[in-house]
Design a protein around this ligand. Structure first.
Ligand SMILES: NC(=O)c1ccc[n+]([C@@H]2O[C@H](COP(=O)([O-])OP(=O)(O)OC[C@H]3O[C@@H](n4cnc5c(N)ncnc54)[C@H](O)[C@@H]3O)[C@@H](O)[C@H]2O)c1
Length: 332
């Protein structure tokens, strides 16, 4: 199978290494708007390099992986799908809701699959949570507590392109809350703070954001996201029900210290998302090769991505207005 990869920055270079190691993949063709960077990654991995998008799409691809910045996603998804190439795109589909809707409308009539990169769906802990909710082991759910904590802010240049903490970080929690529970979010209340570097205010973003979600069966979920978790990278989801509570991400690497001196957890924290979700990214891209081969449907469609973006949009609107926002209001 011949896979094209667009973008060899932080996540793209990491995906490139994963893709060349996948059993289904025999050839990889790389393109980056920065040819020096793209060529370096291609040469290191023994992949081909395409100077431009047309050259990449014309090289006989079986699948396309988009890891360019968010602002480029919509046009690249259009290009991939319209060229008839099964397309994987890193989250999110686009930088804002209008563009997300526009690109999904443009490709709506196509039977070329689109797979959006919400990799937590391939993390074993989240998969076990979903199974436990589905088989009733936890009883009826009352509360979910999701957390996405980065150890340190990204490069200041990244922030204005990110869409803000709700669209960039917490959107993973919004997606996984929907996926684990099988429920839809109906209302969002959000707040945030700008402590830390000045560049958060300059980018019109917050460095810590908290979202309270109401699900359509009355379950409540809190999602906390921060760029300043000095203890280490921390991504967890607690699902609390009438019969039991289960948590994903409470492993030996969780960056917590017991105030009572309990000796657990004891391992060094994961430094970042690549280490925490290494297995999930490999499983996700393996699944994409199956999508591209036509042996499974997309495990995370454009409609799934839109549902998570609607929650992020409502969170952003709530932060700015100081009031709870119904999903129906942003979905109009
Ligand atoms: N799923 C996850 O856990 C996860 C983690 C990190 C990033 N992401 C997503 O991945 C995307 C990329 O993030 P990043 O941190 O790697 O960004 P980055 O800025 O580090 O890298 C982007 C790369 O794309 C190249 N590029 C820019 N415009 C291009 C274009 N039009 N065509 C081809 N190449 C182009 C740049 O030269 C750069 O090398 C973002 O949308 C982000 O939301 C997802």
């Amino acid at each position: 199978m011949r896979i094209g990869l667009i973008g060899t920055g932080r996540i793209g270079a990491f995906h490139a290494e994963t893709i060349v190691g996948l059993p289904a993949v025999s050839h990889v063709v790389i393109h980056d708007a920065n040819p020096r960077l793209g060529r370096t990654v291609a040469d290191k991995l023994g992949a081909d390099f395409a100077e431009d998008l047309d050259g990449l799409l014309g090289s006989g691809l079986d699948g396309l992986v988009i890891a360019a910045p968010t602002f480029a996603h919509a046009d690249l998804i259009r290009a991939g799908v319209q060229a008839g190439v099964p397309t994987f795109c890193e989250k999110p589909v686009a930088g804002d809701l209008a563009e997300t809707r526009a690109v999904l409308a443009d490709i709506a009539g196509s039977d070329v699959p689109l797979h959006i990169g919400f990799q937590r769906r391939f993390d074993r802990g989240y998969q076990v949570l979903r199974e436990a909710v589905a088989d009733g082991r936890l009883g009826w759910l009352h509360t979910l507590r999701a957390c996405t904590s980065d150890p340190a802010p990204p490069h200041p240049d990244y922030l204005p392109t990110s869409g803000g903490i709700f669209r960039d970080c917490a959107v993973h929690d919004y997606d996984i809350v929907r996926w684990v529970t099988g429920r839809e979010v109906t209302e969002v209340y959000a707040t945030g703070s700008q402590r830390g570097a000045d560049f958060f205010a300059a980018a019109d973003d917050v460095s810590t954001g908290v979202t309270l979600l109401t699900l359509d069966d009355g379950t409540l979920a809190t999602c906390t996201a921060t760029r300043y978790n000095g203890a280490g990278y921390d991504v967890r989801l607690e699902v609390c029900g009438s019969e039991g509570t289960m948590v994903a991400g409470l492993t030996d690497e969780v960056p917590l210290v017991s105030a009572e001196g309990a000796p657990w957890p004891s391992a060094a924290p994961h430094p970042g998302f690549m280490e925490r979700f290494r297995y999930a990214y490999t499983a996700e891209l393996t699944a994409f090769t199956e999508v591209a081969a036509g042996t499974r449907p997309s495990p995370c469609t454009g409609a799934d991505a839109l549902a998570a973006v609607l929650v992020a949009e409502a969170a952003d609107r709530s932060l700015r207005s100081g009031r709870p926002v119904k999903i129906a209001e942003v979905a109009e």
